[in-house]
Design a protein. Sequence first.
Length: 382
Amino acid sequence: MKKLIIIAIILPLTIFATSVVFVLAKSALLPKPKPESQLLTRYKEQVRLRETSPKVVVPETKYNFGIMDPLTMGEHTFVVRNEGKAPLELELGSTTCKCTFGKLEDSSILPGEAGEVTLNWNTGRKHPYYAHAAQIRTNDPKQRSIHLSVEGLVKVQLGFEPSTIVMPHVEPESTPVAETILFSQAWNSFEITDITSSLKGIRWELQPLEKTWLTNHQAKFGRRLLVTLPADMPQGHFHHQLTLHVLRDGAHREETFDLPLQGKVLRRLSAYGPAVTSDGGLDLGSTNVGTPLLTHVLLKVRDSERDLNVTDIRVTPEFVNVSIEPAPNSKGKGLYVMKVEVPDTSPIGSHTGSRQGNLSVIIDHPRIPNLDLKLNFIVSPR
């Protein structure tokens, strides 16, 4: 009797185990579902965002105010629309300068509605072209910020044409005259009461300006300024500032405006030629042993006393020959020809870099110093 009970219990268990194994084996044979593609995932995310996010739309992001007076406040309102499905949040961000600032009429815009952002600015007086911008931050996931800008022209209070007086070739002991035009697009008239400068001995003069020039430059008033340099300026580059003291029409206090003045006073003795280098030397080139190397250099004297009294010429290396003679048909013009020769008997060597030669021309002149030049050349084997 006990054996029958054991057999009866074992048989159902065997059948159940067999069924489980069959079901598991069958499920293992079934194809597994493919993972969702990245493209489909992105598409679903885009759909979700469109249905749950705001969308900022700004029909106009740049405003040109045309032309305004200097030191004037301006204002413009930009429209911001929300074409999304959730409220659009706006927050003021940075501006490109302190003269521009924004104001939000509505920091939150409901779907389907519009708000306003107002920009205020001060045109200043320094630049004829004005351009600045402000940033507005948003909660639109596709456009986290918008940039609103204003631009336009600012009438010139006092302008200079050209804006810098440049005199690049000033002869020694000369008194050259340069000019610039002073004009105003904002003032009906002005008066220059004084001009001061770090350059002592400068002279200035004002002359009337042609009406055609004023019309072409949309100017109300102008003057031609003539500037004369003193005769005792040292040689070399110069940089100075002219400070104009200006009294405009109807004003009781002067204003000051700076005008740059720059240029170069040429040397009293200058060397010219293809071999002359920018660092004050002579690049004679290269030659072979047994072949001479001859270079011509033009010397020009810029002085009331144009005779170049050469008392001595010192050269290293000593085998280099140097002579100086007046240029043909140049009597009284201060022109001389210097011949520098590397003779055919010169030894092999590289006279460059730290081994370069030196040429010193000793001059007896009340205002012209000695002439010192570095020599660079190479003598190679045949």
